[in-house]
Write a new protein. Sequence first.
Length: 323
Amino acid sequence: MTTHSQSLLFPDLLEIIASPKPVNVASVPQRSPFRYPGGKTWFVPTFRHWTATMFPKPKILVEPFAGGGIISLTALFENLVQKAVMVELDDDIAAVWKSVINGDAEWLANRILTFELSREAVINEIKRLPRTQKEKAFQTILKNRTFHGGILAEGSGFLKYGENGKGIHSRWYPATIAKRILNLTTIADRIDFRCYDGLKVMQEFSYRRDVIYFIDPPYTAGGKKAGKRLYKHYELNHKQLLCACETLKGDFLMTYDNADEVKKMARSHGFQMRLIPMTNTHHATMEELVIGRDLSWMDAFPAVHEPQAEYTTRTIKKRRCNT
Ligand SMILES: C[S@@+](CC[C@H](N)C(=O)[O-])C[C@H]1O[C@@H](n2cnc3c(N)ncnc32)[C@H](O)[C@@H]1O
């Protein structure tokens, strides 16, 4: 298994993790065609640090809750892994990833470039029953870029004011989105996309030591209602997910909302936790929970700290997983 303690043998790697810079999201290449609710662009620098400490280099990244997929895309473009297994249950999102992988990127980019955006045109387009996967992909991109917060879940609606009062136009950058889609063709053959249950795919790879996992499940904060507002698929057995993590031979990194329930669960599995600051879409600074086996490398980030002592020192009964 690739471990962080092994990096002690490689001082150059240590230097990389000993000099973390504050997260500057603007410096992270935006490679995803989506603007994704709960998207992890802000986590990219941390993800890079994590993989930089690994020796030998992992071969495959499994992202069981891929969404907009920024972590997998970064890992492929920056050659942090050879291959990414991206898993997403939402068939609308899946249509985009499948179209890119199956050779329809050019068609999709063209459709985006030639679409004349107006409220009426969007309404007419999205009420049509798509006949092909690529048509469904186009509808998904259109909704994602014109709906409030990029949210596709039921009940979502058009951006009212958007940036500078530009309404539905405020996130529709046809040239940029088309370019991102076309760029993906250079890595498409290294993506193994599955519209499936992420937990099952984790189990499939669990015996492999050369695989790492970036796990970003739908959130629990605010209860089911909050999850339902953001994603079509929001219900998840979180206990089962943490049990699945225990079985993985490869290393994993999981991001979660900073909820007491989650911290108790993580602690009961003997996992480590750190809180990392991030700025949300409303420009408020919040802390997000990171869970893993050995997160000591994260202590090089000045703003990162362990959650309150009650979760780290109090004896919490060890959770038993049915195998
Ligand atoms: C927090 S979002 C992931 C965001 C992603 N990390 C990004 O940067 O865009 C969680 C995603 O998990 C998906 N999802 C929910 N349950 C799933 C399951 N059982 N298997 C695969 N995907 C699932 C949701 O549709 C949602 O897109």
